[in-house]
Design a protein around this ligand. Structure first.
Ligand SMILES: Nc1ncnc2c1ncn2[C@@H]1O[C@H](COP(=O)(O)OP(=O)(O)O)[C@@H](O)[C@H]1O
Ligand SMILES: [Mg+2]
Length: 364
């Protein structure tokens, strides 16, 4: 039984989406999966439209009057996919366990004595580093850290990894973590930048699967279901299915599925989405000039710091990187607009003046 916590104290980075849809995809691979909802907000439970009076609170708490075992609260979602539900009462556990010895090991003890024939137990964690998350890390052999390819993606990651390391050391518990890039938007250059940062920082700890932004994932959740029943063929399904195969093949190498190496996969993604740019150097001789700009289609004809040219011995130049295409431009020498005297390609613009133009053809 592989026990995997899905955790990151940052809210909205795709923990619950990963928990639900990875569970569904593992189940589609004929693995028996239990998803434990350990978030008092119960998003996984609600996102799968499951109702149960009793919850993980009653399993973990010593104060609960109901005294139930884990197997008593499990509900079936779809074939091979079960869930142990959460509810808001779970939020009181933090205080309740505060004074107790080995409070961080309560879930581990429960799972240790739990011998149902599940292949995978996934634990969806709350968005904080409290006692519930620590219980999840303690109980798991592996951790998936979803990291959204967005602005503050890496914030708090060191703190989380510090806690994982501390739990390993203090509790003598072996746990491996890996980063899963989620919400990757291939239309944004910014996503690639974050991906690069993550790759530099966590090279050997990165899943080669990347989860792209896909509205179907959001829709499935709001319809109370997972992606395999909502839309089996959408990008979200493909991504989570690929993640499930990656996890399975790590553990069962004889089922080697030719998962591409991270490097190879990254290169593919870069090739698929990143435009190929060609470096162009524009230059102009104007020894008397005080300031010169180059403005054109490539910078929305703006005169600012980015379009200011650099002078060296009376020659002004600017290097720009362009996708293939046709670009009009002009120079602005001390406020006066002129075309490029070194470029024979010119066209009359709507104001009756001459624009220079460039044809950029990128190599395949
Ligand atoms: N890859 C994705 N594409 C589109 N929407 C997503 C994706 N992953 C998550 N979401 C949406 O973002 C929101 C937050 O995701 P969620 O999984 O609940 O995050 P967390 O559990 O980390 O707080 C949800 O509304 C979810 O449907
Ligand atoms: Mg969540």
């Amino acid at each position: 039984m592989r026990i995997i916590a899905i955790t990151n104290q940052k809210g909205g980075c795709g923990k619950t989406t990963t928990a639900i849809n990875l569970a569904a995809c593992l189940a589609a691979n004929n693995k028996k999966v239990l998803l434990i909802d350990l978030d008092p907000q119960a998003h996984a439970t609600l996102g799968l439209n499951i109702k149960n009076e009793i919850s993980m609170y009653d399993v973990l708490s010593k104060l609960s009057t109901r005294k139930v075992r884990l197997q008593d609260i499990i509900k079936n979602v779809t074939p091979n996919f079960d869930i142990a539900v959460s509810n808001i009462v779970l939020s009181t556990l933090e205080q309740e366990l505060a004074g107790e010895i080995s409070r961080e090991s309560r879930l581990w003890e429960i799972l240790d004595g739990f011998n149902r024939d599940y292949d995978y137990v996934l634990i969806d964690c709350p968005p904080n580093l409290g006692i519930l998350t620590i219980n999840a890390i303690r109980a798991s052999g592996e951790i998936i850290i979803p990291v959204e390819a967005s602005r503050f993606a890496l914030e708090g990651l060191n703190q989380l990894i510090g806690i994982i390391n501390l739990i390993q050391e203090r509790l003598n518990h072996d746990v491996k973590y890996r980063i899963l890039v989620t919400n990757f938007d291939s239309r944004l250059r910014h996503s690639f930048k974050i991906l690069d940062q993550i790759r530099v920082g966590f090279r050997n700890r990165l899943f080669s699967t990347i989860v792209h932004v896909n509205v179907k994932l959001k829709e499935a959740q709001s319809q109370g279901t997972h992606i395999m029943t909502y839309d089996k063929y959408c990008r979200g399904s493909k991504d989570y299915f690929s993640l499930s195969r990656e996890l399975i093949s790590q553990h069962e190498p004889h089922q080697e599925l030719a998962v591409p190496s991270i490097e190879k996969k990254m290169n593919e993604i870069m090739k698929e989405h990143l435009p190929r740019l060609t470096e162009i150097v524009l230059s102009l001789s104007a020894p008397e000039a005080k300031e010169v700009y180059v403005a054109g289609d490539f910078n929305n004809w703006k005169l600012d710091e980015n379009s200011r040219m650099q002078a060296a011995g009376g020659t002004w130049s600017k290097t720009i990187n362009l996708k293939s295409g046709r670009y009009h431009y002009r120079f602005v020498i001390d406020g006066k607009w002129v075309d490029d005297p070194n470029n024979p390609n010119k066209e009359t613009n709507p104001y009756g003046e001459m624009d220079s133009f460039l044809e950029v053809k990128t190599k395949k």
